[in-house]
Design a protein around this ligand. Structure first.
Ligand SMILES: [Zn+2]
Length: 491
């Protein structure tokens, strides 16, 4: 049995501190970045302590597994309270202010070169203008405050309303569910930009990828939250959901309908940093990401967050794995092995959220797997959520090795199922792969608007059950080797 690290009086719920976190979007406030030492730097103690902090409404900014530290952003009272519970570490006093203001205690304010909502829109427009045949720009929704939320499609077939788009699998990359995680849009924009720059130089790997696959990026989902980061509170995490003029915010990454509020992986308190909102998909930002995903049906997804240097995979609730854990676990471990830490001598740590830290529910990663059977990851990048801009280039360069590996693996192990009638026309059908058990309430698979279905599958023998609404059905054996394969099922 695991020995649990316990605290004196740990049953006392620190809701008072959750309320302190409900930052008002007005005057700068004093807060502390409290770097708590994990006893013995053990993974077990880190998990136990971060679980305790999370359950008690503290804002965990990130962890440093190797150094055995957990960073909590809190008030002076919060630091005192945690110290009274036996926690020790270094508390750095900071003035929380908008990104345009200098912050006491931090040598440099938030660097102006990071994206804001206007700059991200301009950047995507610029890429779309420069590469009109290889991109399309989509407004996937509007935020609570009326800002546009954008996606960019990168592909040789970039029109999502055309059947050609739906004849290829789609990989999806998103960033900035959380407003303060300013490095994450940089990585996702780089995925599009580096692929476009390389693909237009001539034949080669990037061109081949874009001919065989669509890439969809959503680089700044939480546009309103990011506006708060720049105007009044550089530590803001959630969206701008407000009581009158006072934003309390919903954590978009606890607001998805799959396992919404299911396993103590979010909070029902408005002031908490992981407040899940009134209902699954209550927030326009959540709806926007879900809508684009439903449209393109991703075969794989990486959602970029910061920080902690982790590669996380489903599911979020304690003890839950997908029915394809062996494949997803290997993908996650292989990508983590390609991601060296910002500090020398170690790599990103792979695992499920509950393996490494604590349970999460209503998260995008779990929803994407459950809805589409797509291997789905969260990368927690860097060792700070607002690193100096000098880390921008090294970060995006480093991330390329991992997402390239992801795209390569998706392409290599892709099964394409074309469901057609006897005249060769696309047929809408529900699909089930007998060897992939739906163990945790996952949705059935189905064809897209062009009668196609895509799925990453490891080598092996599979049975594909296909059925139409009007009762036509078949069972088709498929033997996957170590390469991609296309099968046509005639119904
Ligand atoms: Zn995050």
């Amino acid at each position: 049995m695991n020995k649990k690290y316990t605290f004196l009086g740990s049953t006392l719920i620190a809701l008072g501190f959750a309320a302190v976190m409900a930052a008002n979007a007005g005057a700068p406030q004093t807060r502390y970045r409290f770097y708590i030492d994990v006893p013995n730097k053990s993974a077990q103690n880190l998990r136990s302590m971060s679980g305790y902090l999370n359950r008690n409404g503290f804002d965990i900014a990130g962890v440093d597994i190797k150094a055995g530290k957990i960073e909590v952003i809190t008030s002076e009272e919060g630091v005192t309270y945690l110290k009274s519970k036996g926690m020790s570490g270094t508390a750095l006093k900071v003035m929380v202010a908008g990104g345009k203001q200098k912050i006491a205690g931090i040598t440099e304010g938030l660097d102006q070169r990071y994206y804001n909502p206007d700059k991200i829109q301009a950047k995507l427009k610029d890429l779309n203008t420069k590469f009109p045949k290889l991109t399309s720009m989509l407004e996937i929704g509007k935020s609570l405050q009326g800002r546009s939320i954008w996606a960019l499609v990168v592909s040789t077939t970039p029109d999502v309303n055309d059947a050609k788009f739906h004849s290829k699998p789609t990989a999806m990359f998103d960033a900035m569910h959380h407003a303060r995680e300013v490095m994450t849009p940089e990585v996702v924009v780089d995925i599009a930009e580096s692929m476009l720059n390389t693909a237009t130089k001539g034949p080669g790997r990037a061109r081949t990828v874009l001919e065989g696959m669509n890439i969809v990026i959503v680089p700044m989902l939480n546009v309103d939250g990011n506006a708060i980061v720049w105007s009044s509170d550089n530590m803001w995490r959630k969206n701008a959901h407000a009581d009158g003029n006072r934003p309390y915010g919903v954590d978009i990454n606890r607001n998805y309908p799959y396992k919404f509020s299911a396993c103590n992986g979010s909070s029902g308190q408005k002031g908490a940093q992981d407040f899940r909102g009134a209902a699954g998909a209550s927030e326009p930002e959540t709806k926007a990401l879900m809508a684009i995903a439903e449209k393109v049906r991703p075969v794989g997804s990486i959602s970029y967050h910061s920080y902690s240097e982790l590669v996380l995979y489903p599911y979020g609730c304690d003890g839950d794995y997908t029915g394809e854990h062996a494949m997803i676990d290997k993908l996650g471990k292989d990508m983590a092995a390609k991601l060296p830490s910002d500090r020398a001598g170690s790599n990103y740590t792979p695992g499920t959220p509950w393996d490494i830290l604590y349970a999460v529910d209503g998260d995008s990663m779990s929803w994407i797997y459950a809805a589409f059977g797509a291997p789905s990851f969260v990368f927690e990048i860097n060792q700070d959520f607002q690193p100096p801009y000098s880390l921008r280039d090294p970060t995006v360069m480093k991330q390329r090795a991992a997402w390239h590996h992801f795209l390569d693996q998706l392409a290599q192990h892709m099964l394409t199922v074309q469901v057609r009638d006897t005249a060769g026309k696309p047929v809408q059908a529900a699909l089930n792969i007998v060897q992939i058990p739906h163990v945790k309430g996952e949705r059935d698979f189905g064809t897209n608007m062009a009668g196609n279905f895509f799925k990453m599958l490891m080598p092996g023998n599979y049975s594909i059950e296909t059925k139409t609404k009007d009762g036509r059905k078949s069972v088709t054996p498929v033997s996957m080797g170590d390469g991609p394969q296309t099968v046509t099922i005639t119904l």
